[in-house]
Ligand binder design. Sequence first.
Ligand SMILES: Cc1cc2nc3c(=O)[nH]c(=O)nc-3n(C[C@H](O)[C@H](O)[C@H](O)COP(=O)(O)O)c2cc1C
Ligand code: SF4
Ligand code: SF4
Length: 275
Amino acid sequence: MKISKVRAVWFSATGTTEKVVLAVAGTLAERLGVPLERFCFNLPAAREEELVLGPEELAVVGVPVYAGRVPNLLLPYLRDKVKGRDAPAVALCLFGNRDYDDGLMELRNTLRDNGFRVIGAGAFVGEHAFSRTLGAGRPDGKDLALAETLAGSVADKVKSLTEISPEPVAVKGCEPVRPYYTPRDRHGNPINILKVKPVTDAEKCLGCGLCARICPMGSIEAAEVGRVTGVCIKCCACVKRCPAGAKYFDDPGYLYHQHELEEVYARRVDSEIFL
Ligand SMILES: Cc1cc2nc3c(=O)[nH]c(=O)nc-3n(C[C@H](O)[C@H](O)[C@H](O)COP(=O)(O)O)c2cc1C
Ligand code: SF4
Ligand code: SF4
């Protein structure tokens, strides 16, 4: 089949999903000898427009896994505005070394339902947004080598196929997808971090405004960055990208969950690909 362009499409608040998406998409563009076009939908303005891909455009779509699923506040964008007119696609999810549960299944199904032909998929490990130790250094060389393997196989598939089956590639996960993963305290009670927001150390803050510009929810007041007036998805873009280390979470439930993740899920989990 003829491919005239590779389109990399991703959300990545702390940059790990982006690394994997660009590794896969870059290798694909090279192997197929076609241009690569990049589209990051981190910011609210980027999610306003429809994105429609035609049959000669190969999509590489990646999102992080939040609570074992596609981040719930990104789902309306993916479901309502990202359309494939029989465009072939690679579905990628990035998870923080705990588990991707049904995140890849949900992404694959969303793409399938929107007219994409999902011919390859992968679940990759990256440093967990909440932590500097969990999945630290991931995706690493081994993960990126696997991303290249995936891209090489997808390129071969695309070259050899004359028609693509509407049946998407098989991936791990449950159908229908399970409820969102719920963190629990030491007594087994659910920890609710939905309303938790980061705080700002005014002594450290340089007033550069970066956090307000990069918040994917547009929730940080530009004129007063200590004020988070909108919804917070705990993506940690402001925490990890603040040049002064001035943003942090101090909520006890959040911190308990962070430390528990770091202790219980410290083992290495391998990334996986599906063809
Ligand atoms: C709210 C939230 C929930 C998360 N839930 C999970 C999870 O269920 N399993 C997991 O392994 N990682 C989980 N992570 C980690 C992310 O999948 C991933 O490490 C991180 O967000 C990196 O993506 P990015 O660098 O592209 O932003 C979660 C992260 C956030 C912010
Ligand atoms: S990114 Fe950090 S230093 Fe810059 S305004 Fe935000 S909190 Fe202050
Ligand atoms: S305020 Fe919340 S949603 Fe916005 S960048 Fe910070 S962690 Fe992410």
